[in-house]
Design a binder for this molecule. Structure first.
Ligand code: ADP
Ligand code: MG
Length: 445
């Protein structure tokens, strides 16, 4: 069904309604139009009849294109008829037929209801009538054309607006992707710089460790020799004590040198399948100190059976360093807690890993310090309390196990008054043995 504003006007056979209470006028006007134009008008003898016909025609999609309306009619006059029709039909062309006395009313209608034209009664000029009709229909046609163009234009504007909106959204999305990629790039770059720095420190450390080891062994050996052979009568007690301190201290130096070697030595000796959860559990009782200091340990382990191929004592060493660091960071903190978690992570196209987290609610690490924590000998602890080797040793051990270690902390200022609001998380990820491999291993063990 055609809507009012979709009514199409063709030059031929327009639908016209003549409304006049004088049947003779209706008849003559109809004859006139029928004979001289391709149109075949309908007639109505009063306003009510006209309104009825107009409504019916509109409802069937055969709406009138033009109405010739006499103003003076009984029951419902022309003015009322026109105002009622205009309520729901803005498109129909209307020509008012008026007596000379109603001129001012005709003008008012012209302005208020978009009347196309008005003719004086009686209409005795055929030319004037036909001209007025064609003129009104042409105006209607033009108006409809404009409406259709406007509609088309609106649709185009809407289409373009939507396209633009999509473009903006796409643009925003790519911007976000770019930001994300940039962020990842920066992180990778930082990791590369860190890895390169640690690798060169490692090289240097191995060199120094090697150079120091030989003279140290000589000092230690000789000191021990003196101790074994010296008799108290020949060597005073204080000197013997000093020499025994030599042995103790050289032992300590030897341990540090070994740690340094560990940091850079990438060869993994004596690998066995290790149950990480068990390895962690075996350490916790060792750290009796935690209980004594009121530090709560919360364990949350992945329940699946998994193994990591590695060196148990080295991994344990790494874990002990992390426990010690957490213990130190939790000193003087209210409700000190250490969470130890393991979680299997499966990634597409990458081997499965176990992620081990040590999360403490200790004083945290200031952001300007965090980049240095893996450097050998970097410590914020008092002299005698920290060696600054714990994390660098962990780093070396984790790398040897083809893993990854990361330290993060929420604390962002050096202000010590915010102690206890930082907390530190150390995350280690290690590749795990594939399921079928570990199943076979279980049978062997
Ligand atoms: N869990 C932690 N909480 C706060 N700071 C930490 C933590 N772990 C490491 N750190 C910081 O990293 C530094 C280096 O740690 P590490 O290499 O183990 O050496 P050390 O413990 O001997 O100082 C520490 O001095 C400390 O400042
Ligand atoms: Mg430490």
């Amino acid at each position: 069904m055609l809507k009012q504003n979709e009514r199409e006007l063709t030059p031929q056979g327009h639908r016209i309604l003549i409304v006049d209470d004088d049947p003779l006028v209706c008849k003559i006007t109809r004859e006139l139009i029928f004979r001289n134009t391709p149109h075949n008008p309908d007639t109505a003898n009063d306003g009510i009849d006209a309104l009825d016909k107009h409504k019916k025609a509109s409802n069937t999609g055969q709406g009138y294109d033009l109405m010739l309306v006499d103003l003076m009619m009984p029951e419902m006059d022309g003015t009322t008829l026109i105002s009622e029709i205009r309520e729901y039909d803005q498109d129909i062309a209307i020509i008012v037929i008026t007596g000379r006395g109603e001129l001012s009313e005709a003008y008012r209608l012209l302005k208020e209801f978009q009347i196309s034209d008005f003719l004086y009664k009686p209409v005795n000029s055929t030319d004037a009538l036909l001209f007025s009709i064609e003129n009104a229909l042409e105006k209607s046609r033009l108006r409809l054309e404009i409406q259709q163009h406007e509609k088309l234009l609106e649709e185009r504007v809407l289409e373009r607006t939507n396209a633009l909106r999509n473009e903006v959204a796409e643009h925003k999305q790519s911007e976000e992707k770019l930001d994300h990629a940039n962020h990842e790039l920066k992180e990778t770059q930082a990791q590369l710089v860190q890895a390169a720095k640690l690798a060169s420190i490692g090289e240097l450390a191995t060199g120094i460790a090697h150079e120091l080891n030989t003279p140290l062994m000589i000092i230690r050996g000789n000191s021990q020799l003196i101790l074994e052979n010296a008799t108290e009568s020949l060597v005073p007690q204080e000197i013997l004590q000093s020499i025994s301190q030599f042995v103790e201290q050289t032992d300590r130096m030897g341990r540090i040198i070994n740690w340094l070697r560990n940091f850079s030595n990438q060869t993994l000796f004596e690998s066995i399948p290790i149950r990480v959860n068990d390895a962690l559990d075996s350490l916790i009782p060792v750290s009796e100190q935690f209980r004594q200091r009121g530090i709560q340990i919360e364990k949350n382990y992945d329940s699946s059976h998994f193994f990591v191929l590695g060196n148990l004592s080295e991994l344990e060493q790494a874990f002990i360093h992390l426990l010690t660091n957490a213990r130190d960071a939790l000193e003087g903190i209210e409700h000190p807690t250490l969470k130890i978690q393991t979680e299997i992570q499966s990634q597409k196209q990458q081997e499965d890993t176990v992620v081990i987290r040590f999360i403490d609610n200790g004083h945290g690490i200031p952001q300007d310090v965090i980049a240095n924590v893996f450097d050998p000998f970097f410590t914020t602890k008092e002299v005698g309390k920290g060696t600054g080797l714990g994390l660098s040793v962990c780093y070396g051990i984790v790398k040897k196990h083809h893993g990854h270690i990361e330290v993060s902390s929420l604390r962002d200022s050096i202000d010590l008054s915010d102690q206890g609001h930082g907390g530190t998380t150390v995350t280690i990820s290690l590749p795990i043995l594939q399921k079928f491999e570990s199943e076979n291993l279980e049978i062997l063990i």
